[in-house]
Each structure stands twice: as structure tokens, then as C-alpha cells.
Write a protein that binds this ligand. Structure first.
Ligand code: AGP
Length: 606
């Protein structure tokens, strides 16, 4: 996720662009830049860090002009540097482009570019150069010629020095909105920067390209047919707009999951070979085959994502895989050698415990890689190799979309290792086909949010909860319990269902509701028996079951159905109703959902 802003009209563009960037900073904040077109020349300025850093750099300088574009970056390709910050230039500064999204086939496109002098490591600069290469006097035409060649996602804003009255914008998979003023237009990745100026907007749809000048804007599809669209009146305030209309960031991020999951796996699967292609490992096949043990180190939610992935690593690759909470790993004098691969998994990439643990693993000679969301973060830099999970900025303290994307990336690694050992191409292909269906299935679950809200209202006054799961769903139970604790402040525990009879049963009473995950996998019958035991102690049961499972109803006081998928993929779906349950419970209890007490988004102390 990145943020794009643009303006064309009669006013000075600079203050509008800078204010707009501030409004969009929640979409990305590792670097920012602006480009203004004035008297046939494009002036550009960029800076690493938040928008304030850019504002400081601009202070005292003049950037006159009433047409410009700007960008705040959430890095995907290329590190956090000024060179990689947008907007990107092409054609000796004649063309400038701001991009939000990922160009999957950028390597292929790069080969076609005549001017091989690249300023940045970004996929976006390649696109800028390609559009410039296709330009012969008509900017819109050049964009339309280029975009059909692009695989991936984009929200784009482009200017050309010879067209002082034009901004061309385009959208595929990344949002773009045009605000309609009087002889002026605003554009942005969401309505937030536009609202102070106009409430009249037009949302671009995927596959649309628009030419904006001071008098009008025209939308076309890539077949060059003009599209006539109406204007929508927006009544949101700015805060609501940043949250995409959701009540708070956590709910927005829960609902972001189908989209960002696609970002995580895009360009990383090889269906014909039934495997994954995650370049970040930086190991050749021989080095990969030499790995005899895998250790996943992480904290909190990230550690539960790792636990879900442990099942996949062991089942697909046969490589013994352990999950270690970072704060314990470091002080346990862990056994690590050059045949041990350690993945340090973290949303923020700044968690002190995980940083210390990965340093310890390095010191002991292990092969250390990062699986991180925040590009350029300490863990990303210190591991030097690994994979970004592409969840986009996660602002709510309770992690949701980063969890599902961590599971996705770890699963892809498990498959990649699996294909070097005993996983067949056919099994690999089945897993990948199932992965591709996950976003649609996530949407099916999200549609039940209101139903889960009713459940949350019903159960919100209990003081204790128990989350039960078996096998891979034990990891889901842990994450569900963690979420409920964090944001509702209700005491809860997670248990592997088979272990109940060894102690936990003593606590069961009618006042101790049990949330059990009973999807139809190899442990289904065993899990049913455990739920029977719970019911015998008169505890209420809320069951997460597979669609169509009528038998599960007989065991449930309340039930939530989730679509079926392969067992190894179940955490990607089964966790979502638990996120929603925790969320609605916390809201019903009047908690500060995005900023729960005593917690921080990034825990930078040991
Ligand atoms: C998740 O909801 C929590 N806020 C917390 O457990 C978090 O997962 C943990 O602190 C690890 O953070 P990281 O992923 O940024 O390393």
C-alpha cells in the first residue's frame, strides 16, 4: 500500500499535495515525494521518512505551479532510500510517475527498455520508462499502449513536461479517486485528501484510464472506449475516510485480508511445477537440501502464525521444524548449526526479542532469514534476505492481516522445501489451487460479521473463555484466545483439546464458555469427543464448523460456519471468525479497540 495525491487547477499545488500526503500517511510512511509541473519543467523533491521530513526539506524552497502529483511510499520493491522514493522520472525528466501497487512482470518489461540507466531498484521506474518509450506526442495514448503489457496491480498518476494541462491516471487493483471541483480536479488513493476541497468524487474502476485537464476528465477502458460515469457525493469526515468507512482500523484490517492475501502470493507461485518461487531465500538448491532443521522465531501473533506453519513444514518437507518464542530462544542456549534455517517472523520488524534472538542464531552459525511486513525495518536489514509479507501498513495494535499473510508466506516456503523432498508436483498444485481460492472464502466468512456480532453481544459478560483446537487448529485456538485477551481484556486460555482431561477439565463450569474449532479434518472425530466432554460439564459451546456439517449443530449452543479448505490452509480461514468475535466483544464492552491498554504496536524493548 502506498498513497498517491494529485492536483490540477488554479491554486498552488504544493500545499494541497503536502496536506494530502499527510492524510494518506497511514497507507505508507517510509518515504515521500512530490513533482510539480511549471513552465514546461518538472520539479521533483523526495525524502526518506515521514511526510514531515519532506516538509522540512522543502522549507524555504519554492515549487510554484498548479499541477502536480505526490506519493507516500510503503516499500515493496527496493529498500527505503531516496532513489527508490516516488515520483519516478523518465526521459531525462520529461515524464514523471507515481505508482501504488506491484508490477509482477517487471523483470520481463525491464529487458525491453532501451535506456538501461536506472536511478532506483523499483518496479515503478521501469513502468515510467516504458511509458516514455511508447510516447510519441500523446501521453494518454502512451499509457494505454503500455498498460496491457503490465501484470500486477497499479494506481498511477503520470505527467509529461510537454503537457502542462494533463494528468493521466489509471487503476488496476489499487484504488484511485478523482475529486471534482470547479475547473479543478483532485486525485488520491482514497477520498481523505479530497474532502477538504470537494465532496463530489468519481471512483475509478479496475482497467480504467482517465485523462484529467483543468476543464474536464474523460475515462476510458483499455480497449479505448470512453466510459461515462456519475459523480458520488461523500458525506464522511476525514477520520472515517482513512478507515475506509470502517469504525476503526482493526475492523478495516480484518476486512483487508482477502485483498492483501492476494498481494502476498502474487507472482510467488509456480503452478506448472507445483511449487513456490520466493526469491528472498538467496539459497541454491544444494544449500536448501543441506537444511536439516528449521526454527521459526517470533512473538505473540507472529509466533502463532509460525505454529500453524510448523505443520506444513513438517508434513510437506519432512524437515523437523520448531517454533520458539524469541524471548525464550535467546536464553535457552539453542542448538543451531550451519544446517539450521531460522526464520525470524515479525510484522513490525522491530520487535526487540526477535532481533536479539536472530542475532543469537547468527552468532551460532545458523542460516537466518526474515519474514517481515515493514520494509527496511531492523529485522529486514539484519537478516539481509527473506520475504516481505505485503500486508500493507497495519495500524491496529491487534494484528490480523499480518497474521494471515505470515501464514501464507510460511506455507509457500514449506511448499518450496517440500518440493525438494517428498511433495509431488500434483500435491503442490492442489495446495496452490486451494490457496488461490482463499480470498473468495475469506469473503464468505467476512459476510458473517453481523452474525458474529450478535454472538459477541450474547457472550460479552462472561469472565473466562476457553479456546479449543487440535492439530493445526490448536494454533488457531491460541491466536483466537490471544486476540480476545488483547482487546476485550477478558481472561481466556487456549488448549489442545486432547489435553483437557489432564487438568483443564477441572475448571469447566456453566460460566466458562468454550470456543471450539471443529472443521472437517483428520482430527474431526477426536475433536467431537472433546467437545462432548465439555458439554458434559455444562459449559456453553460456540463451534467453528465446516459449511454443511449438520452434526456439529448438535454439539453447539452457537455455531459459525466456514468454507472447507485443505487442512494445512485452515488457519487462513478459521482465524477470521475468531478475530471478528474478539473485535465485536471488545466493541460491545466499550474498549479502545485500536489502542488497547498496556500494549504497543511495536515492542522495541526486551
Ligand atoms: C498481536 O496482536 C500483538 N499485538 C502482538 O502479540 C504482536 O504479534 C507481537 O508483539 C509481535 O509483533 P511483531 O509481529 O511486530 O514482531
Amino acid at each position: 500500500m502506498c498513497g498517491i495525491v494529485g492536483y490540477i487547477g488554479k491554486k498552488e499545488a504544493l500545499p494541497i499535495l503536502l496536506e494530502g500526503l499527510r492524510d494518506l500517511e497511514y497507507r505508507g510512511y517510509d518515504s515521500a515525494g512530490i513533482a510539480i509541473l511549471n513552465q514546461g519543467k518538472i520539479e521533483r523533491i523526495r525524502e526518506v521518512g515521514k511526510v514531515d521530513m519532506l516538509v522540512k526539506k522543502i522549507a524555504g524552497k519554492k515549487f510554484p505551479g498548479s499541477i502536480g502529483i505526490a506519493h507516500t511510499r510503503w516499500a515493496t520493491h527496493g529498500g527505503v532510500t531516496e532513489e527508490n522514493a516516488h515520483p519516478h522520472l523518465a526521459g531525462n525528466g520529461k515524464l514523471v510517475l507515481a505508482h501504488n501497487g506491484i508490477i509482477e512482470n517487471y523483470r520481463e518489461l525491464k529487458k525491453e527498455i532501451k535506456d538501461q540507466n536506472f536511478e532506483s531498484e523499483t518496479d515503478s521506474e521501469i513502468l515510467a520508462k516504458l511509458i516514455f518509450q511508447n510516447y510519441s506526442g500523446d501521453l494518454l495514448k502512451a499509457v494505454k499502449m503500455t498498460l496491457p503489457r503490465v501484470r500486477g496491480t497499479y494506481g498511477l498518476a503520470i505527467m509529461h513536461a510537454d503537457h502542462p494541462d494533463e494528468i493521466v491516471v489509471a487503476r488496476l487493483g489499487s484504488p484511485l479517486v478523482v475529486g471534482v471541483g470547479e475547473d479543478e480536479y483532485y486525485l488520491a488513493s482514497d477520498v481523505t485528501p479530497i474532502l477538504p476541497f470537494t465532496k463530489q468524487v468519481t471512483f475509478l474502476d479496475d482497467g480504467e484510464v482517465a485523462l484529467i485537464n483543468r476543464q474536464e476528465f474523460k475515462i476510458f477502458n483499455l480497449k479505448d472506449e470512453q466510459i461515462i460515469k456519475g459523480v458520488t457525493q461523500i458525506d464522511w469526515d476525514i477520520e472515517t475516510a482513512q478507515k475506509g468507512g470502517f469504525e476503526n482500523f482493526m475492523l478495516k484490517e480484518i476486512f483487508d485480508q482477502p485483498t492483501v492475501f492476494e498481494d502476498a502470493i502474487r507472482g510467488r507461485i509456480d503452478m506448472s511445477e507445483g511449487t513456490a518461487k520466493l526469491g528472498g531465500l538467496n539459497m541454491n538448491l544444494e544449500e536448501m537440501r543441506a537444511i536439516k532443521r528449521i526454527i521459526l522465531i517470533a512473538c505473540g501473533t507472529a509466533s502463532y502464525a509460525c505454529l500453524a506453519a510448523k505443520y506444513a513444514f513438517e508434513r510437506l518437507s519432512g524437515i523437523p521444524t520448531e517454533v520458539d518464542v524469541s524471548s525464550e530462544f535467546r536464553y535457552r542456549d539453542p542448538i543451531v548449526d550451519e544446517h539450521t534455517l531460522i526464520f525470524a517472523v515479525s510484522q513490525s520488524g522491530e520487535t526487540a526479542d526477535t532481533i536479539m534472538a536472530l542475532r543469537e542464531a547468527k552468532r551460532k552459525g545458523g542460516v537466518v532469514r526474515g519474514i517481515v511486513n515493514v520494509v527496511g525495518s531492523t529485522i529486514a536489514r539484519e537478516t539481509g534476505a527473506g520475504t516481505y509479507i505485503h500486508a500493507g501498513p497495519e495500524l491496529a495494535v491487534a494484528s490480523t492481516k499480518a497474521y494471515t499473510n505470515m501464514v501464507a508466506i510460511l506455507l509457500l516456503y514449506a511448499l518450496e522445501f517440500g518440493r525438494l523432498h517428498h511433495t509431488t508436483p500434483a500435491t503442490g498444485q492442489r495446495i496452490l489451487q486451494s490457496l488461490l481460492q482463499i480470498p473468495e472464502k475469506m469473503n464468505e466468512i467476512l459476510k458473517q460479521s453481523e452474525q458474529i456480532k450478535i454472538l459477541a453481544d450474547k457472550y460479552k459478560d462472561y469472565n473466562d473463555f476457553l479456546f479449543l483446537g487440535r492439530g493445526i487448529n490448536y494454533s488457531v485456538a491460541l491466536e483466537g484466545s490471544h486476540k480476545l485477551k488483547e482487546i476485550s481484556y477478558i481472561h481466556s486460555e487456549a488448549y489442545p483439546a486432547g489435553e483437557m482431561k489432564h487438568g483443564m477439565n477441572a475448571l469447566l463450569t456453566p460460566d466458562f464458555p468454550v470456543l471450539a474449532i471443529l472443521t472437517q479434518n483428520q482430527l474431526y472425530e477426536k475433536m467431537k469427543s472433546s467437545i462432548e466432554e465439555v458439554r458434559a460439564r455444562k459449559s456453553k459451546t460456540i463451534i467453528i464448523a465446516s459449511v454443511g456439517d449438520e452434526e456439529a449443530k448438535e454439539l453447539a449452543d452457537d455455531i459459525v460456519y466456514v468454507p472447507k479448505t485443505m487442512e494445512l490452509l485452515e488457519p487462513l480461514l478459521n482465524t477470521i471468525p475468531l478475530q471478528l468475535f474478539a473485535y465485536h466483544t471488545a466493541v460491545a464492552l466499550g474498549r479502545d479497540v485500536d489502542r488497547p491498554r498496556n500494549l504497543a504496536k511495536s515492542v522495541t524493548v526486551e
